[in-house]
Design a protein around this ligand. Sequence first.
Ligand code: CAA
Ligand code: NAD
Length: 282
Amino acid sequence: MERIGVIGGGLMGSGIAEVTARAGIDTVVVEVSQEAAQVAEDKIRSSLERALSRGKIDEAELAAVLGRITVATDLEALADRDLVVEAASEREDVKLDLFRRVGAILEKDDAILTSNTSSIPIVKLGAVAGRADRVMGVHFFNPAPVMQLVELIPSLTTSPETLARMQAFVTDKLGKQPIEATDRAGFVVNSLLVPYLLSAIRMYEAGYASAADIDKGMVLGCGHPMGPLALSDLIGLDTIRAIGISMYEEFKEPLYSPPPLLDRMVDAGLMGKKSGHGFYAY
Ligand code: CAA
Ligand code: NAD
């Protein structure tokens, strides 16, 4: 795994690219437009500057990491990659289109195509990619440079060799801690986390308490690093809504169904921290 591609340079894609470039790997990030590519590059730079200001890296390392990252707007830039991590928006139509196209672009027979999806069935992505045995889920957590966990999700069609290669890569090359999950919407962590976040939104919607008090309750009462509404803002309200819909479609469990307030906030463009406004203003 010497050459890596990341599709999407949003919250997760930019963080994943930072992780791979800091691990010494040549990394190409593909975005939808020149403007989005510039935003992705700026995000990576400012995250590295934060690491510099905290004394985690020095100036030379910052320059070296940036030198390993190329941002592009054409999927063809992924042709020579050994591994691609798709981290585009949580929309099944977008991901199916990307897997169909990138599956045909990859030149190396043993190249692996993975998705950072939170909830979309991996088997469907493998089915359109023309290399179903070399497709699997590799789910990083937000913020990717900080969170140690990576969920590995082989589908019914992923080969044991692909899973073994990704286990070795995540552990030995990235220094992260993998857990394995089956290809069910939400995998392990979101199956537990998303109903909790949606319950907090319902609680706020029903007027039980203020957003600040709901969050304070879980931070001071349960020792969580942040409360559920601040965490929802960090993840992105559009992403949480999309995950809830996928999980509801799969299990028909009412706790997974996004509450009306979440729908209205997303329709209003209140996506959380990334848009500057969610349950809090940023
Ligand atoms: N990028 C890079 N580094 C970051 C960062 C970012 N976006 N945010 C924080 N950091 C680093 C800081 O530089 C700092 O590093 P050092 O201590 O080594 O100097 C460290 O993280 C702590 O940051 P802060 O002191 O600024 O702030 P904090 O202590 O409040 O921590 C937090 C911030 C790490 C985000 C913490 O609040 C936290 O862990 N929150 C919970 C995050 C969480 O639950 N993530 C999972 C979301 S669910 C998901 O990802 C799956 C999905 O599919 C939706
Ligand atoms: P985001 O909205 O911050 O970024 C998505 C990016 O994808 C945008 O910059 C967009 O321009 C780009 N994009 C959309 N279509 C594209 C295409 N066809 N080609 C290239 N780029 C494209 O979203 P995010 O939070 O980074 O989420 C990305 C993926 O990671 C989703 O599948 C999400 O479920 C998953 N995920 C999110 C989190 C989180 O906390 N936000 C955590 C783990 C996993």
